[in-house]
Design a protein around this ligand. Sequence first.
Ligand SMILES: O=C(O)c1cc(=O)[nH]c(=O)n1[C@@H]1O[C@H](COP(=O)(O)O)[C@@H](O)[C@H]1O
Length: 242
Amino acid sequence: MSVAERVIVPLDVSSEREAIALVEQLPQVTFWKVGLELFVSSGPNILTALKARQKRIFLDLKFHDIPNTVAGACRAAARHGVDLVTLHATNGKEALQAAQMAAEAGAAETGIDPPKLLAITLLTSLTARSLAFDLKVPLELPEYVLHMALLAQENGLAGAVCSPQEAASLRQICGNDFLLICPGVRPTWAEAKDQRRTVTPAAALKAGADYLVIGRPITAAADPVAAFERICEELATLVEKG
Ligand SMILES: O=C(O)c1cc(=O)[nH]c(=O)n1[C@@H]1O[C@H](COP(=O)(O)O)[C@@H](O)[C@H]1O
């Protein structure tokens, strides 16, 4: 896989028209993320449009509900033929297992491969301070993220979403077959905005991330094509160095 194929770009826009404009502006991007804003605006039409352009799709709706409801949502997502789907690890064991079974069933009914389910461990906009004082979680942040990733792995999920700050320890403990998808990625030349646990693209890859989710540094840049290429060059330099 080339370094460009390891960068997933979110379509964080409010209409299908804007999303397609971005996809056409960046033909180098092979993997796009459809999140809450776009899906709530456009519905599944955007998935059809991306598939017609042979793009890979990360459907990031971060399901969080009781087992029956989460399973139903995963079954429906699987029928769309997307590649990756997110749900919160805090759904708990029973919902994670039900979600995995439902995704497999939904794909089988449609005669396609099931999506890989990814558990959100701890949002990259949260800090150790917010975990302790706002959410009142008594574990240290790295320990909490690891616990959530292991909960996902033990219940049959293919991978987790984590900050690249936690990627190295998760890679070491969860092994090479567990997918690690890292948002919260910021080149030195981009603003962090609402991201709190950030790392540069090269450092994120080096830490063991399989895919990097990079949005505004590319999509809000004056020249998105140049920004994407600059990130790919930074990643390629790292790969060449070994
Ligand atoms: O699931 C995600 O993709 C996600 C999880 C997380 O913990 N943090 C996070 O930022 N994301 C998503 O990753 C993208 C990051 O976008 P930028 O901050 O613009 O690079 C957004 O679409 C977020 O919804």
